[in-house]
Design a protein around this ligand. Structure first.
Ligand code: ATP
Ligand code: MG
Length: 455
């Protein structure tokens, strides 16, 4: 009886081939651009003391109320697989005693996150985020730079045409309290039309209703007051500063008073990069200012701002734009006969040492090895038989146009570089060599198969 093949756990997925390369492209581009903006990379643990999240993300966010992977470990500690990384970075700032010196700290991270969600395209239970945080900066210029960096990453990836930046302000505490009261008044008047979740939000965190994905809630929001008329002069000035700096960075944006972000810790700036290319999962990057978070981790007042982006969603945008990176093409080294094998291994390592992708099959005759070279889409085959060995040469065959030439062993790297630049090799020589190669293959077909070595 055969065992049924196991599948990945619900909401998880494997990254293989094109998908892996797109994923890596997103992370590489983000890491590179973030470094140009002066961000250093941190890696924090994948699981944390549950309090890191329950304290910081607030009591009303979906993440804390429904989505966390929390369990008690064998020692009786409650730990949680991180649903996001801002809390972990703030915790690390405090735990490592970094809250007093070298502020602002500019941190980049990339890694897996975990949320118990209903899986669908662009929404998984294990997904990956890239993100940046500026810790210890109270100026709106920091907010604008953080956004500019996110925009720059999307430009670098070639997908910025498919996304739109939406910005909003959540004001400071007095602004938000005044706005909160206005929202409670408005939604209470329409309470019977609110979803059950939002009726609960009305008590705990009415701002959160603006983030509701329920149709009826969304219809109600059209008539809801916006925060703008409740902003204190300071909060209004901060928001003006943000917009002025975004203009200076030449980052296009539109204002959307409905953006509140999914987590409870934001103030002043809130923003999202949205797209209409991913169906319901329209947000690819989201963030804002979270001035109170480091304090909630037991640190000093450390105003901060950052964003996180879904690697899978950015990767889907790359795919939709036809921007899947090509796999690097190998050079296939092909020994013919046992004597050539050791020399072929030397050649293989020479190529790798020169930074070329080089492959050699573990077994097979010339024909099989050529077939494999074509199957892995090798750019060239380097064929090394007894004759070549005696002459100190190797046959370099361009697998795109079939041309080939004999090249001295010590000139192979240069020849390969040339092949790439000007494509074909000398035609007459190639034709002559072609004949030889075919003759070699025929001879191989006729010869009795070499006895398999037994061990
Ligand atoms: P959404 O509204 O789509 O649930 P969110 O507000 O919960 O997003 P954040 O917590 O701000 O998202 O995370 C930042 C980014 O991480 C999102 O914009 C999205 O690109 C990505 N993301 C969040 N949750 C998931 C998930 N379950 N699967 C894949 N990507 C995700
Ligand atoms: Mg969510």
């Amino acid at each position: 009886m055969s065992t049924p093949a196991l599948q990945p756990a619900r909401g998880t997925h494997d990254l293989i081939g094109d998908e892996f390369r797109r994923h890596q492209q997103v992370i590489d581009a983000a890491r590179h651009i973030a470094s140009l903006y002066g961000f250093e990379e941190w890696a924090t643990p994948v699981f944390e003391d549950t309090r890191v999240f329950s304290r910081s993300l607030g009591d009303t966010s979906d993440v804390v109320t429904k989505e966390m992977y929390t369990f008690t470990d064998r020692g009786g500690e409650s730990v949680t697989l991180r649903p996001e990384n801002t809390a972990g970075v703030c915790r690390a700032l405090v735990s490592n005693g970094l809250t007093q010196s070298n502020l602002p700290r500019k941190v980049f991270y990339a890694g897996p996150m975990f949320r118990y969600e209903r899986p669908q395209k662009g929404r998984y239970r294990q997904f990956h985020q890239i993100g940046i945080e500026v810790l210890g900066a109270a100026e709106p210029l920091a907010d604008a730079e953080v956004i500019a960096c996110g925009w720059h990453i999307q430009q670098e990836l070639g997908i910025s045409e498919g996304t739109v930046l939406e910005v909003n302000t959540l004001g400071d505490r007095p602004s938000r309290e005044a706005y909160r009261a206005a929202l409670v008044e408005y939604f209470t008047a329409h309470k019977d039309r609110l979803s059950e979740d939002s009726r609960m939000r009305l008590e705990k965190n009415p701002l959160r209703i603006l983030d509701s994905k329920d149709r009826n809630d969304q219809a109600l929001m059209a008539g809801a007051p916006t925060i703008h008329q409740y902003l204190t002069p300071e909060a209004a000035a901060f928001y003006d500063g943000l917009r002025r700096h975004l203009d200076a960075f030449k980052v296009p944006y539109r204002e959307n008073p409905r953006i509140v972000r999914g987590l409870d810790y934001y103030n002043h700036t809130a923003f999202e990069f949205v797209t209409d290319r991913l169906g319901a999962q329209g947000t690819v990057m989201g963030g804002g200012r979270y001035d109170g978070l480091v304090e909630q981790m037991g640190g000093p007042n450390t105003p901060s701002v950052g964003w996180a982006a879904g690697v899978e969603r950015l990767s889907l945008l790359l795919e939709a734009a036809g921007l899947t990176p090509a796999a690097p093409r190998a050079v296939a080294v092909i020994p013919v006969g046992e004597a050539a094998e050791a020399a072929a291994i030397s050649l293989l390592q020479l190529l790798r040492g020169a930074g070329l992708v080089a492959e050699m099959a573990y077994r097979g005759n010339l024909k099989r090895r050529m077939e494999r070279a074509n199957r892995i889409k090798a750019a060239a085959a380097l064929i090394l038989g007894d004759d070549e060995l005696a002459k100190g040469v190797v046959v370099v065959r361009n697998l795109d146009d079939g041309t080939q030439a004999e090249v001295p062993l010590d000139g192979v790297i240069a020849a390969l570089a040339e092949t790439e630049v000007d494509g074909a090799m000398e035609a007459t020589l190639a034709a002559q060599m072609e004949g030889e190669l075919e003759a070699m293959m025929e001879a191989e077909d006729e010869a009795p198969p070499p006895p398999r070595k037994r061990r």
